[in-house]
Design a protein around this ligand. Structure first.
Ligand SMILES: [Zn+2]
Length: 283
């Protein structure tokens, strides 16, 4: 089994986690930029963080045979903090970097006017830089937040096939499906979405354009919940090919849209996907 976790915050995890992930078949991860759990006090705090998730963290992952890419953005929560907003001007510099495969996490936290502005501005950056976008849906008032996110995505003019709407659940999945975006699910230890609930969603919606991640961070989370979901799928009658599509081929297809996903020399990775090279440079 080969696993690609399309949303995990490795900077807040230990080397033991990398080892357990590697042992369980995790071969690739994408680390979206998000908040630290405490407020940043100035834009310089972002630059050190961004440098870390595109430099140090890929190196750390490589020690365990795991390929690491990142997404860069001003996260929804800190979009409300005037001390943080100037980072929007620094983003283009980072969005030009090799290891950056999307703009994200963007979207809504509390659905404030400041969040509206940052969300739209960063969808425009995704269009400018020809990158996909990873959009977080709020944990509170999720149904309204999801619908409003879909409206903003439509208004932006970005191709919905280049957007992943994440942290969905049984209540929000239909609206996201209808909007034509990739549908993302974060699997948590006790709350929100579990592996068994995910299997039920897959029975109803299939595995096309679905992304499953652990969203593991400094909170109560588990970087092996992608693997646990794969096991629940197999136990529930899905084939090994279905598992491979969901937990490897789908994230490869989504992030390949950046033109920057580099899985060369990753154990178990193929050099092509659906006949297209995923190697940088298109060779
Ligand atoms: Zn996240």
């Amino acid at each position: 089994m080969r696993i690609f976790d399309p949303h995990i915050h490795m900077t807040s995890r230990t080397t033991d986690d990398y080892q357990r992930m590697a042992d369980a078949g995790v071969r690739a991860v994408v680390e979206p930029a998000f908040w630290l759990g405490q407020p940043r006090t100035n834009p310089g705090s972002f630059t050190d963080y961004f440098d870390s998730i595109i430099g140090w963290e890929p190196f750390r992952a490589s020690q365990f045979g795991i390929r690491h890419h990142a997404t860069i953005a001003l996260n929804p929560k800190e979009a409300n903090d005037p001390r943080c907003r100037p980072v929007l001007d620094l983003l283009p510099r980072y969005l030009a970097k090799d290891g950056v495969v999307a703009v994200g996490e963007i979207g809504y936290d509390s659905m404030t006017p400041a969040e509206d502005e940052a969300f739209s501005a960063q969808l425009a950056l995704a269009l400018d830089h020809d990158l996909p976008a990873l959009v977080h849906t709020p944990h509170r008032d999720k149904a309204r937040g999801t619908q409003r996110s879909i409206d903003v995505i439509k208004e932006s003019g970005i191709d919905p096939g280049r957007v992943a709407l994440d942290h969905l659940n049984e209540v929000t999945v239909d609206a996201a499906r209808d909007a034509g975006v990739w549908i993302g699910f974060s699997i948590y230890p006790d709350t929100k979405m579990s592996p068994d609930r995910m299997v039920e969603i897959l029975r109803k919606h299939g595995t096309e354009r679905v992304l499953v991640n652990s969203a593991a961070d400094w909170g109560k989370s588990d970087p092996l919940l992608t693997v646990r979901t794969a096991e629940a799928m197999l136990a529930g009658g899905f084939s090994a090919e279905d598992v491979d599509q969901l937990l490897w081929q789908n994230p490869v297809a989504f992030y390949s849209q950046s033109g920057r996903l580099d899985l060369s020399d990753v154990d178990g990775a193929e050099a092509t996907f659906a006949g297209n090279s995923i190697l940088r440079g298109g060779s």
